[in-house]
Design a protein around this ligand. Structure first.
Ligand SMILES: [Zn+2]
Length: 398
């Protein structure tokens, strides 16, 4: 399943209807939560009873109303999962919705033709299609800062058969100063969009706090903050899409470190920049765009020498890797990415060869010879991976 997000341009009348549907969704959601229904069957049964009492509900698409129960059930499951992982879950109850921002049409009641999205009991809404959705299974309409979008879920019917060439493999080391440094010595700067927008954000937040609570002007100021955050998120997504597409088109096999971001953000000095980088989204994008993504254990990837395996301890300040055993002098992140690649290839029992290592332009600590790394051309054979193997390897990466 793949989802695509399209912009909707409803007219005034349709916008009113959307708002109305959202309100009905919200009321039903809260009704389910207040009566503490747990299973979808109970909820849908209660919904039919509710419809008899409130015939006005018959003016809404019935499957769309039933999807509210899926939402509530999903929320319960998510809560149980959090509790199981040891998170604090308050009183273990779901909160009532103050505002509902999306509703879903599942399987029936929608169609897309031309530049119009037809929704049953709502009408034909103008949609901007940047690609043609095929095999549409679900349409979710959502409201974001006063704009409307349709998230269209499509089923992919193409057979999963992938040809993976191990020569087209890469290891990527993600970081804070450099977003990514790969084993072909290509580095991408980390744009840190949130960190760069702190000043305008502060100004906007100050504006809110100066305005009277509950006033219309305060709401306006709040929406300005929301717009800023939306802009930051859009910029970040754009950047992540560009970087991940670059890797997905150039490489078949991509190795990453398994990062435990939740533990890493416990360091308050780095937390904002870690979350601002969006490594999780980057991994997700790579997983659905590229042929194969694997995560390897991150232990000592930046410490060990990629040439001889000799541990070279370094602080965060030391940006260059200097090995006294094999005279390898390369960038610290480059060394880490080479380690990640080697670890990944070893995991798949593929030939682990060293690529030609390009040293960084600094005066190296010469022990003997020229200080250049010895190169060893990788002996690679193309390998064909059938559907069963790919499925298995994908489950490994998930
Ligand atoms: Zn070494």
């Amino acid at each position: 399943m793949r989802s695509f997000k399209f912009r909707l341009y409803p007219n005034k009348d349709q916008e009113k209807r959307f708002a109305n549907v959202l309100e009905v969704n919200r009321i039903i959601y809260n009704y389910f939560v207040l009566n503490s229904f747990r299973s979808r069957n109970d909820m849908n049964y209660a919904l039919t009873e509710l419809k008899e009492q409130q015939p006005i509900l018959c003016n809404y698409h019935s499957k769309m109303l039933q999807m509210v129960s899926t939402k509530v059930e999903g929320a319960w499951k998510a809560l149980a999962k959090l509790k199981k992982r040891g998170h604090q879950s308050g009183k273990g109850k779901l909160l009532l919705l103050k505002q509902c921002n999306s509703f879903t049409y599942n399987q029936t009641g929608y169609s897309i033709d031309g530049n119009k999205l037809y929704l049953s009991k709502i009408g034909r809404i103008r949609i901007v299609l940047h690609r043609q959705p095929i095999n549409v299974k679900q349409v979710t309409v959502c409201r974001q800062n006063g704009r409307w979008y349709a998230v269209v879920a499509c089923e992919n019917s193409k057979p999963i058969f992938k040809f993976i060439d191990p020569r087209r493999s890469v290891g990527i080391d993600v970081g804070i100063t450099k977003f990514a440094h790969d084993s072909d010595n290509y580095a991408t700067e980390n744009p840190l969009f949130l960190t760069n927008m702190l000043k305008p954000l502060r100004r906007a937040q100050r504006r809110v706090s100066r305005r009277k609570k509950g006033s219309h002007n305060r709401e306006k100021a709040k929406s300005w903050i929301a717009r800023l955050h939306e802009r930051i998120a859009n910029k970040r997504l754009n950047f992540l899409h560009k970087v991940s597409t670059r890797y997905a088109t150039r490489y078949d096999l991509i190795f990453l470190e398994r990062l435990r971001t939740r533990n890493m953000v416990k360091n308050h000095r780095l937390a904002r920049r870690i979350l601002d980088s969006g490594w999780g989204t980057f991994t997700k994008m790579l997983q659905y765009k590229s042929k194969m993504v694997m995560e390897v254990e991150p232990h000592n990837t930046s410490v060990n020498c990629s040439g001889c395996g000799n541990p070279v301890p370094k602080t965060l300040m030391m940006r260059t890797h200097r090995c006294e055993m094999c005279c390898l002098v390369i960038d610290r992140d480059y060394n880490a990415s080479l380690n990640i690649l080697q670890r990944g290839l070893a995991l798949l029992n593929l030939p682990v060869g060293r690529r030609e290592v390009t040293p960084v332009e600094i005066a190296p600590l010469l022990v003997n010879g020229d200080g250049h790394a010895r190169s060893m051309k990788q002996e690679a054979s193309s390998l064909c991976v059938g559907s069963s193997r790919t499925k298995c390897s994908f489950s490994m990466s998930v």
